[in-house]
Design a protein around this ligand. Structure first.
Ligand code: NAD
Length: 262
């Protein structure tokens, strides 16, 4: 019971990693808030959770909806101990082909939506004397990757923002941030990804299908939050690319140009 009676709010909890996180936090004694745009899917998730679980349907890009959601969460539980910023959309299109509206949409969901909800919950965490914030970035938040230009940019942006926030927060705020960078995880992220014109890609990538299960990924995320790790990489050999980029950039570019991005 690592999170007994902790109030944990997971965005993007209607599928994939967010759904797996909801079950595992509940098993560890947490009281949940689960959000995403898909209320029926959130109901399905809630039915499988035995502990207290509040559904707050939310489009993370809707500023007023985010404000109302934070008020609803605080009215219901009086606090939020842990916010897990998991909502996100991916991309499958070349940078040169991608319409500007698609670049902006991906930034809206992955970056602006995430920082917006975080900024709205922070004053409550400061007032209550502490809290934790996890943000699900990606290994592609550490290096560029083909067909993911806007996605990689949005995840890189999260690192800049959350690292700065962690530095700005005072020790007495007692707020700890964990940035999680998964590699390929077997979820519907590729099917839900946007193509150059904004339509859905609607395909399960081969690489995605061979990825780690959402359940194992969620276990590792939960451990990293419990241990208050600042930045964590989750995956297989793909993690090596982080270190190649840092220490052997020529090798990184050589591999990245030859890698199958789907
Ligand atoms: N699957 C992977 O290989 C992988 C790798 C690295 C990082 N990630 C990240 O993990 C997170 C979860 O992705 P997943 O793999 O579970 O995919 P997924 O498509 O199953 O889940 C994405 C979730 O975000 C929600 N969402 C999308 N747009 C939203 C919006 N505007 N408002 C609110 N919710 C919204 C969806 O409803 C869904 O619940 C994402 O941030 C993704 O970038 C995934």
């Amino acid at each position: 019971m690592l999170f007994l009676d902790k109030v944990v709010w997971i965005t993007g909890a209607s599928s994939g990693i967010g759904e797996a996180l909801a079950y595992q936090f509940a098993n560890q004694g947490a009281k949940l808030i689960i959000s995403s745009r898909k209320e029926a899917e959130l109901q399905r998730v809630k039915q499988q959770i035995k502990s207290e679980c509040l559904i707050i349907p939310l489009d993370i890009t809707d500023n007023i909806a985010v404000e109302n959601a934070v008020n609803t969460a605080i009215d219901h539980y009086g606090k939020v101990d842990i916010l897990v910023n998991n909502s996100g959309i991916s991309q499958r299109s070349l940078a040169i082909d991608t319409q500007e509206i698609v670049d902006r949409k991906i930034m809206e969901v992955n970056y602006f939506g995430t920082i917006n909800i975080t900024k709205k919950i922070l004053p409550y965490m400061i007032k209550q004397g502490g809290g934790q914030i996890a943000v699900i970035s990606s290994l592609v938040g550490k290096f560029g990757f083909p067909l993911r230009s806007a996605y990689a940019a949005s995840k890189h942006a999260l690192h800049g923002w959350f690292e700065t926030l962690q530095i700005e927060l005072k020790p007495e705020n007692n707020i700890f941030i964990t940035i999680v960078c998964p590699g390929r995880i077997n979820t519907n992220i590729s099917a839900n990804a946007l193509t150059a014109d904004g339509s859905l890609y609607q395909q399960m990538d081969e690489g995605q299908a061979k990825g780690m299960t959402a359940e194992v990924c969620a276990q590792k995320i939960i451990k990293s939050i419990y241990r208050q790790q600042r930045e964590v990489y989750i995956g297989g050999a793909d993690i090596l690319m982080v270190y190649f980029k840092r220490y052997l950039p020529s090798l990184f570019y050589w591999i990245a140009k030859r890698i199958n991005p789907t």
